[in-house]
Design a protein around this ligand. Structure first.
Ligand code: NAD
Length: 461
């Protein structure tokens, strides 16, 4: 029987060992989900909404204990774990408020004895293969609208956030979702790979570009709906007319929140030369004010690096940048952290005099590290922002809304921000361009994405 060890990335300690699935168990779960789905789909949506409302109440009643589990297994500061769970509640409210209207039949024509309507039917069995960095957000972005639309869900949480995945599944089961309709598949990448081979109707993946490509290749030759929410190299541009202090504080938070391990973290910054030095001063002050410490401590604002191999990626990006002429302004190396050298810790790192020859400005860092590049004008900044194979989010800081809008209209990204960054709204679609993925979640489009439209042509008489 395969097993999965769950470690605390802050201390290196083993939290628990779980039984994992083998390929035969994955297949059995997929068959059970297939069998359970039609009865679930036949229920009126009001029944399903009632269960999700109960789930929302259960999350709200257990925020402290769920946050403690999340922090223990991913190493994020406890205040940020609580923020994720509290931030989940308005997302659930959005799904509760908008699912019924988004999935209602649309009567689009009536005339000459003909009635035309659009129906929204469930896809069937949806596989959800998920990431660890915001397991409640990225899990629920798929699982809740998929369930509400009448689908069965096979949920493969990340091996680095499996305990949170277990709680998510358990609370939905306790709320009344049948155990065979929503199943949690414990294991690593091999369980995800086995899941992709099952008789499923859609696969929604959140994770790295490399794994996304592997899944897309494995699915080739089968007409299964595929959604890929992948990484980014999200740029920001600070125009000459921006307030350098306000922009620096906002962007330092955008780069370092969740210890830089957010898909929409700010990953590269371009600053107009007129305010570059002032901006860098304020940025360094904001980074110096961060408190790296025991993630369970409420005062900590920087936590551990969740996956140990990422330390080498960060170190290599620093070394490459320095070799090509960058200036290290702070950090730059792994540090012992608060547990006597145990766990995975990396100092918040800022580099200036950077350019696009450096991996730091081209490849996803996924850690507390940022490059700040001086630019002479808007046109150069725009060209640099678009000089990436990724396109998840992008931001512009400026006192001039029209100028910011004009730039953002030309940026290749799924989400754009004026005077803010690293922000997700349930009311807006979440999607990537290029190597940041395909398909979307959230918004009413992200509800309809879990249904299949059916065209009805009805002739009277
Ligand atoms: P990952 O690609 O390592 O793993 C993601 C999931 O895929 C895990 O559950 C893993 O077990 C599974 N997996 C691994 N190999 C597989 C295979 N061959 N077949 C099927 N499944 C397989 O990514 P991660 O480290 O968990 O997450 C970090 C990445 O996710 C970053 O790149 C980040 O930007 C991205 N991300 C994107 C979004 C978004 O909304 N666009 C949100 C969160 C994270």
């Amino acid at each position: 029987m395969p097993t999965l060890d769950i470690h605390n990335p802050a201390t290196g300690a083993l939290i628990t060992r779980l039984a994992a699935l083998d390929a035969a168990a994955v297949a059995a779960k997929a068959q059970a989900a297939r069998a359970a789905q039609p009865a679930w789909a036949r229920q009126p949506i009001s029944e399903r909404l009632g269960l999700v409302q109960r789930f929302r109440d259960a999350v709200a009643a257990n925020i402290d204990s769920l946050a403690a589990t999340l922090t223990a297994e991913v190493g994020k500061p406890i205040s940020q774990a609580r923020n994720e769970l509290m931030g989940l509640l308005p997302r659930i409210d959005f799904f509760l408020e908008r699912s019924e209207s988004s999935l209602r039949d649309e009567h689009v024509f009536d005339g000459g004895g003909v009635h035309e309507q659009i129906g929204h039917e469930p896809l069937g069995v949806v596989a959800c293969i998920s990431a660890w960095n915001y397991p409640w957000f990225v899990g629920c972005n798929v699982i809740l609208p998929a369930l509400l639309a009448g689908n069965a869900v096979l949920y493969k949480p990340s091996e680095h956030a499996t305990l949170s995945g277990h709680h998510l599944t358990r609370l939905l089961h306790q709320s009344g979702v049948p155990a065979t309709l929503l199943q949690c598949l414990v294991g690593g990448g091999e369980v995800g790979a086995a899941l992709a081979l099952q008789d499923i109707d859609a696969l929604c993946f959140t994770g790295s570009h490399a794994t996304g490509l592997r899944i897309a290749s494995a699915m080739a030759g089968r007409l299964v709906k595929l959604q890929l929410e992948l990484g980014g190299k999200d740029p920001s541009y600070v125009r000459a007319d921006a307030d350098p202090k306000t922009a620096a504080e906002s962007l330092a938070d955008g780069a370092m929140y969740n210890t830089g391990q957010s898909c929409c973290a700010v990953e590269r910054i371009y600053v107009h030369e007129a305010i570059h030095d002032a901006f860098v001063g304020h940025f360094l002050a904001a980074v110096a004010a961060l408190r790296m410490g025991n993630p369970m401590d409420d005062a900590s604002t920087l936590g551990a690096i969740t996956r140990a191999p990422q330390i080498a990626v960060l170190q290599a990006q620093v070394a490459d940048a320095l070799a090509k002429g960058a200036t290290l302004r702070c950090g730059g190396a792994a540090v012992p952290g608060p547990f006597d050298g145990q766990g995975n810790w990396f100092a918040p790192t800022v580099l200036t005099e950077v350019d696009h020859r450096m991996d730091l400005m081209r490849e996803e860092s996924f850690g507390p590290i940022i490059g700040i590049q001086k630019v002479a004008d808007d046109a150069t900044a725009l060209a640099l922002m678009n000089d990436s194979r990724y396109g998840l989010t992008a931001s512009v800081y400026s006192a001039d809304e029209a100028a910011a809008r004009a730039l953002l209209a030309q940026v290749r990204a799924g989400s754009v921000y004026w005077n803010c960054c690293d922000r997700v709204s349930p009311r807006l679609p979440w999607s990537g361009v290029g190597d940041s993925g395909m398909g979307l979640t959230l918004s009413t489009y992200g509800i309809q994405t879990f249904s299949r439209t059916k065209a009805w042509h009805l002739r009277h008489g």
